[in-house]
Design a protein around this ligand. Structure first.
Ligand SMILES: Nc1ncnc2c1ncn2[C@@H]1O[C@H](COP(=O)(O)OP(=O)(O)OP(=O)(O)O)[C@@H](O)[C@H]1O
Length: 796
């Protein structure tokens, strides 16, 4: 027979007085009844087997009567086991709480009239949280030492009613009788649970104080249970006030995104799982923050959201022309690219790579493309990027994990089809943390990038709508597999005339407006701008010019703002006043011709530049010393040049003996740092001949070309950049390999008209154009090797 709530009870019931114990509903327990109390049992058996158990709180010192608690438990006798000598053992089961109304008799046993107290149940979130916390605390207690018998844990785990749990624990936890009685009298199950919870935490603290290896861990566990409870209470209060818990609101918002059509199916299932996890985690734990940012990324990624393209080629042309001067071929290629795209929606095909020195408009071209297509523009620099994770993200198991830059930026842009510029592909690095170039390949490869999986996101994102454009200063350091996928568009740099045009058409109007001078009609004289270009900048692009013009505009703006007399036209003679003393002088025009110093044209980080190759000789034993910014290939060029000059000494009028008694030192001063390459071969050989023949080299003649051991002059790259650099430095004659004849087309007519560009086929031609003939310069000195121990004064 099992105990269940009663609908009605007899008006009078026998009372069993219990000392030092409290009986709770649902509890089963044995009682031994002496002969003298058998009347009580018989009475109960007559009353539906029911009796009331009341705890005796005290004995009245005057009457000697037992004083009963006002709340007790009505119990049913489930079993009676009579003893032959009289008396019996009964098994009682608590059925319901009752309130004592009045005691009707006291002898031979007490009879009382009682009323049933209906059991309440509380299932609100606070009660649920309390129940969970209590179960968790019991586990903590168990880890610290035995608090409950083993089988009690199983029984308790199965209880899902708040009041019943509190009652059962009151029995199992060995509480004092007064505490148990208080629990019996507490009718709100939530309050009862709180009581048990407090009792438990106090007990655990006592156990922790007694020490034990796991005490620290258990403290942490108790603390987190406490937080969990407080939060539930807060949530409950907010619910009652009609407010929403911010975390819940957050999750609700995420859920509405997850359930919208925004997400592909595979992402949705991951997001849903993650959301369910988020709901279970304590919001003040670090784990919550990590899980939340992941869900946030999943929800914010523009999985299928993009901007609509404006595929109007005329408009694109207009935009490119509005933003950039000249660059005709580059613009043409861009327009072709866009035209193909307008006819064929997918963007498969080579990735455009703009190559050129700094400040020639690579980035701003990318921005114009985005503007003309009506797409978002993103730019990241790959310069110095060594860690693959910067592209592909960290796995979420890392502390502080983040998506890679590609996914971060696309998420920020909020569109899956931006124009994405990857700057400085030539500076991408590699070390033990992986190979970012390999990760980049996956990003750029149309065969793979439709399912690009960032380590952090861990679900594929379709990058095939993104228009990637790369930029580089030079192509030779771009990893070959990347180079293969790119179509190179060169932006070689501008001549002074072109810079002048750019300054007048673009930079000045832009700076005038940016510096708030729209209402002050500031103009520049052409000579003033030319002076800025020649004396204050030395670059292939126009970035410094832009900066200098900005500086002039700021000064005028300051005068205007102060109400002072501000100039309306910037004249050439005002430039010094505004920008200070000139910064650059023509490198070669100011120098005199010297023996053993030859002007070369090299390829540097900032495009073309001039270098000086210096050779010095001293008495010694055929040693060749190489110093300066020489890479391996340049060192080999130096050795090749020396071998060639030695082998053909007679052609240049050098005595063979000279090589036996000399040490040669070759140096390239570090003004511009040349990229390692063979194009200095001709310059080095000419410098050697100049030194060994004591014929000074013309400073204003500059050369470039690779020299082979057999004396052929091989073509070189970057002709336009190098010629422009030569012109900037004041060089008047440039010697180029005959095999670069085709590249002369790159040079504008006004450059060819202003400079002498000669094509040479062998070293003798170079020598003839560069070294000043003996007749102009007195006797040769190499016949007397002893003189060479000390260099004669320059120009001698
Ligand atoms: N042909 C041009 N017409 C008009 N403006 C130009 C032109 N070329 C460059 N500019 C201007 O020069 C400035 C520098 O250009 P930008 O930043 O695009 O250079 P970059 O080639 O990307 O340099 P870096 O390699 O250092 O990134 C910009 O303000 C740009 O508008």
């Amino acid at each position: 027979m099992t105990g269940h709530p009663l609908d009605a009870i007899p008006p009078e019931l026998p009372v069993y007085p219990l000392h030092d114990q409290v009986i709770f509903p649902h509890m089963s327990f044995p009682l031994f009844i002496g002969k003298e109390h058998m009347g009580l049992v018989e009475e109960a058996l007559r009353n539906n087997r029911l009796l009331v158990v009341l705890t005796v709180l005290a004995i009245d010192p005057i009457t000697g009567r037992e004083q009963f608690a006002r709340v007790g438990t009505i119990c049913r006798i489930n079993q009676v086991l009579r003893f032959p000598e009289g008396g019996c053992k009964i098994i009682l089961e608590g059925v319901n709480r009752v309130r004592l109304i009045t005691t009707l008799q006291v002898t031979p046993f007490a009879m009382a009239s009682v009323s049933l107290i209906p059991e309440r149940e509380n299932r609100n979130s606070v009660a649920q949280a309390l129940m969970q916390s209590i179960i968790a605390l019991l586990r903590v207690a168990q880890s610290l030492g035995q608090m409950l018998p083993e089988d009690a844990h199983h029984a308790i785990d199965r209880i899902d009613e708040s009041g019943k749990l509190a009652d059962s624990l009151a029995v199992y936890l060995n509480m004092e009788v007064k505490d148990q009685q208080r629990l019996l009298e507490t009718l709100d199950p939530l309050e009862r649970l709180k009581d048990v919870y407090l009792f438990l935490t106090t007990e655990i603290q006592k156990m922790q104080a007694r020490g034990g290896g796991s005490a620290d861990r258990s403290r942490q566990a108790v603390r987190s249970q406490k937080e969990h409870l407080l939060r539930e209470q807060l949530k409950h209060i907010q619910n009652q006030l009609g407010e929403e818990d911010p975390h819940q609101a957050d999750i609700r918002q995420f859920r509405s995104i997850v359930q919208s059509d925004e997400m592909p199916e595979v992402v949705r299932s991951v997001a849903e799982k993650e959301l369910a996890r988020l709901e279970r985690i304590n919001p003040s734990s670090p784990e919550y923050t990590v899980a939340r940012s992941y869900v946030e990324y999943l929800c914010n990624m523009p999985w299928q959201r993009g901007t609509s393209d404006i595929l109007d080629i005329d408009r694109a042309q207009q935009t490119l022309d509005d933003d950039h001067y000249d660059l005709v071929e580059v613009k043409e290629r861009i327009l072709e690219f866009l035209a193909v795209h307008s006819l064929k929606s997918s963007l498969k095909g080579p990735i455009l790579c703009f190559v050129g020195p700094p400040g020639v408009g690579k980035t701003s071209l990318g921005r114009s493309i985005a503007r003309s297509l009506g797409r978002k523009f993103i730019r990241i620099s790959l310069g110095g990027m060594k860690d693959e994770a910067e592209i592909r993200g960290h796995r979420r198991t890392y502390i502080g994990a983040m998506p890679g830059r590609i996914i971060q930026e696309i998420c920020r842009a909020g569109a899956n089809n931006p124009v994405f510029m990857l700057d400085e592909v030539d500076k991408i690095g590699q070390d033990f943390r992986g190979d970012p170039a390999a990760a980049l390949l996956e990003v750029l490869d149309p065969e793979q990038n439709y399912s690009f999986t960032d380590h952090y996101l861990d679900v594929p994102f379709d990058l095939s709508h993104v228009m990637f454009i790369t930029t580089a200063n030079v192509m030779d350091t771009v990893p070959p597999p990347l180079r293969d996928r790119m179509e190179v568009l060169r932006l070689p740099g501008y001549s002074d005339e072109e810079k002048l045009q750019i300054a007048f058409k673009y930079l000045i109007p832009k700076q005038v407006s940016e510096n708030g001078l729209d209402k002050h009609p500031l103009q520049f004289e052409e000579q003033a701008v030319l002076k800025i270009i020649k004396n204050y900048t030395r670059e292939a692009g126009v970035r410094s010019i832009d900066r200098q013009i900005a500086s002039v505009c700021r000064k005028v703006a300051k005068a205007v703002a102060q109400g002072k007399d501000a100039p309306e036209v910037i004249r050439s003679d005002q430039v010094e006043k505004m920008l200070g003393p000139r910064k650059y002088f023509s490198d070669v025009a100011a120098e005199e011709d010297r023996v053993g110093v030859v002007t070369g044209l090299a390829w540097t980080e900032s495009g073309g530049d001039i270098i000086f190759v210096e050779v010095s000789t001293m008495a010694g034993r055929k040693d060749l010393t190489l110093t300066g910014s020489l890479g391996n290939v340049m060192q080999e060029s130096a050795k090749t040049a020396l071998s060639y000059v030695r082998a053909h000494h007679a052609d240049f009028g050098i005595d063979a003996q000279v090589f036996e008694n000399l040490d040669i030192h070759l140096h390239v001063p570090s003004g511009a740092i040349p990229k390692d390459g063979p194009s200095a071969g001709v310059t080095i050989a000419t410098a050697l001949i100049s030194q060994l023949t004591r014929r000074p080299a013309r400073r204003n003649v500059a050369m470039t070309g690779e020299l082979t051991l057999t004396g052929r002059i091989l073509p070189i790259g970057g002709v336009k950049e190098k010629v422009l650099a030569a012109r900037r430095a004041g060089v008047t004659t440039v010697l180029l390999p005959e095999r670069n004849r085709e590249n002369l087309k790159e040079l504008d007519d006004h450059i060819l008209a202003e400079m002498t560009v000669l094509l040479v086929d062998n070293l003798s031609e170079v020598v003839a154009h560069t070294l000043i003939p003996d007749t102009e310069h007195g006797p040769r000195l190499f016949d007397c090797p002893q003189h060479l121990a000390v260099d004669p004064p320059s120009g001698s």
